[in-house]
Design a protein around this ligand. Structure first.
Ligand code: AMP
Ligand code: MG
Length: 503
């Protein structure tokens, strides 16, 4: 593997590498060593991604490196320093409390692949926590990273998932009854792990020199095509963020913790935690139990929260980027999201042309899906199964989670269907729709089944799920059981619908 560690080389780090949690000022990272683990073994390896960076997934040294027990030549481990707004409130310094970047690998394609271990032990940013991660949350991150990639959503990737052979203690239900769970480390990969919060922290501290260095570095390394134009840079970040929100909304993905420290400067989905997929349609649904009260990060609020996060970034950049450009960026976000959302939904509906009342057509569809408690993913997929004129409400009945509500919504569904049928039937309609409406998404209950089996040493369920998710838009008869709506038993089981925050 070839490394080119620009973040370490070009930006200021902490002069000390001492252990212990602390505030870190005047530096964008701290040098740290991963804490070795007892008995690492593979849970999953991404062979395609490994080949891209010339890693040797079959070598014992690579397993030890992915477990934090060994550094490969060229690796220079660090934890980076950032802050963030959590649930709308400024939280000060956060930083990589359980993530350790090993280095920036250069792939065969010449692109940059920063490798980051999550759960490899404490760093100066760990505060009161242990720097570790449980198998449950690590497996979820591994599967989602690769599933989102296959779904066409910008995301951090996953290179490997290792069981540490060591227990981690977690109070999963926050009920004062902590339990031991198996520990794990996922290695995630991205061209850059710089977050909105990386800029917010030096700005909040008034460290304009550090802020300026980070801006110039990010422009040079992560946005070379902009040739240092800070105004265009902010507009570009807004554009990517808007496109990401279109992707989440078109697929029914709910991130769950849209804090500014979990927002990537490249517009990637990052920090998979208590995420979920919309099942019975409900704009106020959130999978995150920590957010059950305020529902700040519920499905339907994601687009406006992303704009809020961009405003927080704009605020941090105020003294550094032209004010008109910041305002233009925030406007651009709104326009890009609105146009992108409408285009994505037209695609999902297979509409051949644009009409003025398309947004209304979409809203009424969402409204009846909500009233009838229909499954988001399966209902969109079912719309392509017949020609528009042949669709009737009974095609969707089995996709509802509530028979009574479904039958009360029936006439509303019929009238929407006749309105939809008036839009005609283009010859390529089904192919277009099936390319926009996945058959399979990694629902929380599917992930939980893979976790339950993996905790017992059976990786078959995980491997099958990973295989099925490689082609989420295809009809795959052998994986039909993974395309079912959420079973009744999963409605209230922990992990299958709702989850708590950090694990
Ligand atoms: P998250 O909710 O995962 O985005 O994490 C928010 C902050 O808490 C980040 O600074 C994390 O690094 C830190 N954090 C979360 N879990 C742990 C842990 N087990 N050990 C140390 N730091 C953690
Ligand atoms: Mg985070």
């Amino acid at each position: 593997m070839k490394f080119d560690n620009r973040f370490v080389r070009e930006l200021p780090g902490e002069p000390t590498a001492a252990p212990g949690a602390r505030p870190v000022r005047g530096a964008l990272y701290s040098r740290v060593q991963p804490t070795p683990v007892a008995a690492p073994r593979w849970i999953a390896v991404n062979h395609a991604l490994a080949a891209e960076i010339d890693a040797e997934p079959d070598s014992p040294a690579f397993l030890q490196a992915m477990a934090g027990n060994h550094l490969l030549p060229g690796m220079e481990p660090i934890a980076s320093n950032y802050g963030g707004h959590q649930f709308g409130h400024w939280a000060g310094q956060l930083g990589d409390g359980r993530a350790i970047s090993l280095g920036e690998a250069i792939g065969r394609d010449g692109a940059r692949y920063e490798l980051q271990l999550k759960g490899a032990g404490p760093t100066p940013y760990s505060r009161h926590a242990d720097g570790r991660a449980v198998l449950r949350s690590s497996l979820r991150e591994y599967v989602l990273s690769e599933a989102m990639h296959a779904l066409g959503v910008p995301t951090t990737r996953a290179l490997s998932l290792v069981a540490t052979g060591e227990p981690v203690v977690r109070d999963m239900f926050y009920d004062g009854r902590p339990q031991q769970e198996p520990g794990a480390i996922v290695c995630r990969v991205a061209p850059s792990f710089i977050r909105f919060g990386h800029f917010e922290l030096p700005a909040a501290r008034g460290d304009t020199a550090l802020l300026e260095r980070l801006i110039d570095f990010t422009l040079d390394r992560d946005y070379p095509q902009l040739q240092g134009d800070r105004g265009r840079w902010f507009v570009e970040i807004a554009e990517r963020t808007a496109r990401l929100m279109v992707d989440w909304m078109r697929l029914g993905f709910v991130h769950g913790v849209m804090n500014t420290d979990n927002f990537s400067i490249l517009g990637l989905t990052i920090d998979y935690g208590p995420f979920g997929w919309l099942e019975n349609v409900d704009p106020l649904w959130t999978p995150n139990t920590t957010d059950a009260e305020g529902r700040r990060y519920a499905y339907g609020r994601q687009p406006q929260i992303a704009q809020w996060n961009l405003s927080a970034l704009a605020h941090a950049l105020t003294s550094m980027v032209d004010g008109d450009a910041l305002a233009a960026g925030l406007d651009h976000y709104g326009n890009t999201f609105s146009a992108g959302y409408l285009a994505a939904l037209r695609n999902k509906l297979g509409l051949a042309d644009a009409h003025d009342d398309d947004l209304d057509l979409v809203r009424e569809l969402m409204a009846w899906m909500e009233a009838a408690e229909c499954d988001f993913t399966l209902t969109f997929r079912a719309l392509s199964e017949s020609r528009p004129g042949d669709l009737s409400a009974r095609h969707f009945e089995a996709l509802s989670y509530n028979v009574q509500k479904f039958s009360r919504a029936q006439s509303r569904i019929e009238s929407w269907l006749s309105r939809y049928a008036q839009r005609g039937d283009a010859p390529d309609r089904k192919a277009r729709m099936d390319g926009a409406n996945p058959r399979i998404v990694p629902r929380n209950y599917l992930l939980q089944q893979a976790i339950d089996a993996a905790e017992k040493g059976d990786l078959g369920v995980l491997n099958e799920l990973l295989k099925a998710l490689e082609r989420p838009f295809a009809d795959q008869p052998q994986f039909e059981h993974l395309a079912a709506k959420r079973p009744e038993w999963a409605r209230s089981r922990a992990g299958c619908s709702m989850l708590s925050c950090s694990s």
